[in-house]
Design a protein around this ligand. Structure first.
Ligand SMILES: C[S@@+](CC[C@H](N)C(=O)[O-])C[C@H]1O[C@@H](n2cnc3c(N)ncnc32)[C@H](O)[C@@H]1O
Length: 218
């Protein structure tokens, strides 16, 4: 399909504006995301496809970390009736998130925080932690590993992180496979355009006694 960067599109039921849509151009005149939050990144499509394949129950409490424009979180709110918190270090991404939440007629909460400062209070009651395209620099694994450990200690049941397949993500996945029983799957999707990458899944099985639908751990 030809790229039409000035249009609105829909994928997995999520409506989104292309980078040159007039509403995005208008917002970019007012807000300047600093750290790669200036567009939708492709791994969120991998994550949505993967989430669909899991057959998760409705009503989960989800945190989308490094959310950017928040499409993965919006997908969970729209398709899983999840209660969603979108977290990012950059306040300037939230107007783009709000615009897309409005476009998709869902409500999501926002949390302005860094991975490094996430606490067990922030994660209390969260069932599913997701992240798309958040491990892009060499030093990112050292930042994300403590956050993952905090999430596991805070009884988050499932962690999913998607990436196009960078070497920094490979290091993160290797650490999580060795230490937390993570599994990593190569993934290919056709929509909204053909792309491949990897999704890492960590099931927090040690907390299986907690009241939560069993299907989430499969
Ligand atoms: C490559 S973008 C991915 C955005 C979104 N997940 C997506 O799929 O489109 C990375 C995001 O991580 C955020 N970020 C970078 N470092 C962060 C940190 N230390 N704590 C929280 N968010 C951070 C950036 O502001 C940016 O929005």
């Amino acid at each position: 399909m030809p790229q039409r960067p000035h249009e609105e599109r829909v994928c997995h039921g999520v409506r989104f504006y292309q980078s040159r849509h007039s509403r995005i151009r208008q917002l970019k005149g007012l807000h300047s995301p600093l750290d790669f939050g200036y567009r939708v990144w492709t791994s969120c499509w991998l994550l949505m496809d993967y989430l669909k394949s899991l057959g998760l129950p409705p009503g989960l409490r989800v945190m989308d970390v490094g959310c950017g424009w928040g499409l993965a979180g919006i997908f969970c709110a729209k398709n899983l009736q999840a209660s969603v918190t979108c977290m990012d270090a950059d306040l300037e991404v939230f107007p783009f998130l709000d615009l897309h939440a409005e476009l998709n007629q869902v409500r999501v909460s926002t949390l302005h925080k860094r991975y490094e400062n996430l606490t067990s209070q922030d994660l209390e009651g969260i069932d599913l932690l997701i992240g798309a395209d958040i491990c892009y620099w060499d030093e990112m694994p050292e930042v994300l590993i403590p956050m993952i450990e905090m999430a596991l200690a805070s009884h988050v049941r499932l962690i999913l992180i998607a990436d196009p397949g960078r070497s920094s993500f490979a290091r993160l996945a290797e650490h999580c496979e060795a230490n937390y029983g993570a599994g990593t799957t190569n993934f290919f999707v056709r929509k909204p355009h053909p792309l491949s990458g990897r999704v890492m899944k960590i099931s927090n099985g040690s907390e299986a006694h907690r009241k939560c639908p069993a299907s989430i751990l499969k």
